[in-house]
Design a protein around this ligand. Sequence first.
Ligand SMILES: [Zn+2]
Length: 286
Amino acid sequence: MKNNNMLKTFTILILFIATFTGAYASSKIDYQQLNKEIDVCSNERTSSCFLNLLNKYKFNEIRYYYAISLENEKKLSQAKNELDIIVKTEKNNTKLIALAKEEIQKINDLNTKMRNANNADWGDYFSELDNTAKWRNARGLRVFVTGRTGKEYILNKAFQIWDNSVAEVSFTYVNSKENADIICYFVDRLNKGNAAGVTMPQMYQTPDGKKYLHKATVEISMYKPGTNGKYTDDNLLCITLHEIGHALGIISHSNNINDIMYPTTDTYQRYSISRRDINTIKKMYH
Ligand SMILES: [Zn+2]
């Protein structure tokens, strides 16, 4: 796709140069030679090749090629600078100005998209949380799964997702409540309002105000509160992932609906944890 675009752009450029040969006739430029050099650069596909060409001929048409080659190398701000120069300095070639403006718009859109993606996927919400606690060591947390509802595999899957996603956190299963850090089970009904799951953390505070977890109990409801409808496996996985997040120390909630720690009570339609959830836990245990 990119190759085709590049090829198209080059064809346009050659047309430009053919068009303006007359205008530049007095400058004694060998256009056959120039076209050859453009061919060489378009095969080589490096911005440095076009930069050399630009320094030699100083045409905005070549600057345009140079900008496109920078874009292909993901040097977007450099590309934008060159396109800006075209818009500001080009006097004759209105088509080229229009193309440069179009390209600037494309880069702006791409930047906005990347920024949004960064916000959604790569940040963390640690600083927004008003209540957190942490395990002194979250590697090897001992988990006891009980209840025998036949849905225990969902708990295992949820723990595995957290375990695989965050290096600072891992779990090991034990056979008794007494030996466990985190105790988990399904119940038919929680009878806690609309809550589909609940986590009861036991914490202690050090004299300098740091809160540490020393036990957490997670309960997940099999039935939707106030109805005779059961949650699906996907719903239960989503609820379980959320409650484990609490058990790991995110006591309050995220404000972003894409995060597993968003306090939703309606759909439970997320099947994994977000990059932000991961980064938040990483930050806590860093
Ligand atoms: Zn919650």
